[in-house]
Design a protein around this ligand. Structure first.
Ligand code: FMN
Length: 183
């Protein structure tokens, strides 16, 4: 059984990306199981803090989840046509100490998905993640992409995905990514 881990890059309770990740985890899964995680509780990266106190518990816990998974899906928002700082900060912590980077990221299958109220559905932040994942030594999934645009119109008041076309694209991506992660 392939294990996938979704990580939402938004801290917001009403996050569209977290809602999309929850919708992904609720889809019927064939041949894989999906767990979800977030980046709440991770402090701003500060080398002095690392030196004085080591790696924060929230970072270590997320690291272990990544290590246990066959594939990781980043549900990324887009801020100012780029990666939101909080999400990049979390990945920066996860890459510390650098001696641990290969254990966490090396050869690990990573996919990108994102939702935004705009028309381009996080296209530019997904593109901006590519060199970061490359640097970390990840195996990036490129067979399918999912940029969810006008995302605020696709969920009901409880944050449930109501758009069948998006749910289908999400399910197709997960199934293909699970096969990629299994290799
Ligand atoms: C500082 C800031 C910059 C933003 N820049 C973009 C942007 O470049 N492209 C975009 O599609 N949406 C942009 N947005 C809107 C976000 O896509 C929107 O707030 C979205 O809901 C954030 O993701 P979340 O719902 O998962 O928190 C921006 C929002 C903020 C707060």
């Amino acid at each position: 059984m392939v294990t996938l881990l979704g990580i939402s890059g938004s801290l917001r309770k009403g996050s569209l990306n977290t809602a999309l990740m929850q919708a992904a985890a609720a889809l019927p899964a064939d041949g894989y199981r999906m767990e979800i995680a977030g980046i709440n509780g991770i402090p701003l990266y500060d080398g002095d803090l690392e030196e004085a106190e080591g790696i924060p518990a929230a970072v270590t816990a997320l690291k272990e989840k990544i290590i246990a998974a066959d594939g990781v899906i980043l549900f990324t928002p887009e801020y100012n046509n780029g990666i939101p700082g909080a999400f990049k900060n979390a990945i920066d912590w996860l890459s510390r100490p650098s001696s641990d980077m290969a254990r966490v990221f090396g050869g690990k299958a990573f996919a990108l998905v994102g939702a935004s109220p705009g028309n381009f559905g996080t296209l530019l932040s997904q593109n901006a993640w590519l060199p970061v994942l490359h640097t970390l030594g990840c195996r990036t999934f490129s067979e399918k992409r999912l940029m969810v645009s006008r995302a605020h119109t696709l969920f009901d008041a409880d944050g449930k995905l109501t758009d069948e076309a998006t749910a289908k694209r999400l399910g197709d991506l997960l199934a293909a990514f699970a096969k990629f992660a299994e290799k």
